[in-house]
Design a protein around this ligand. Sequence first.
Ligand SMILES: [Zn+2]
Length: 164
Amino acid sequence: MSHRCANCGKEHVGFPVWGAALPDSAAEIPAEEREQRVEVDGDICQIDDGTTFVLARLEIPIEGSEEPFRYLPWIELTPEDADLFVTLYQTRERAHLGPLSGRLDNALPGLEEEKGAEVLIYLRNEFQRPLIRSAFVRGGLAEAMRNGFSPERACEIQQSCAKE
Ligand SMILES: [Zn+2]
């Protein structure tokens, strides 16, 4: 099912996945220090003070669409859960463990105020990225995950991402 978008006048067939190259905490480190202080290994990012981030997946439903709006934000894990995730990173069967707790480290386009929100991430098998589930988040993020975006709102967010 598709319809003409009231925002841009085109028909959308799904939306691209938004992903952050680095956790905001790492991106805020001056560029000349970053290479020394930040290490990215696949979906794990560590700052030299020991802070550990993992890339997770977050979905917001879009009204009238089977495809959700997908974000890939970095989550700052608690120290204990960071150790556990690093241990399990190359483990195929891990969905029975966790969930792990952390905080959203990226300002999500359209949900900027949710930066720092506490989340639980669910481990998945076969090396799939961990998933943020709506049942265990609160506030504006939970509301967005429950109510979803209108197609026009998703379009606006996508356009603001494309400008960055
Ligand atoms: Zn549009």
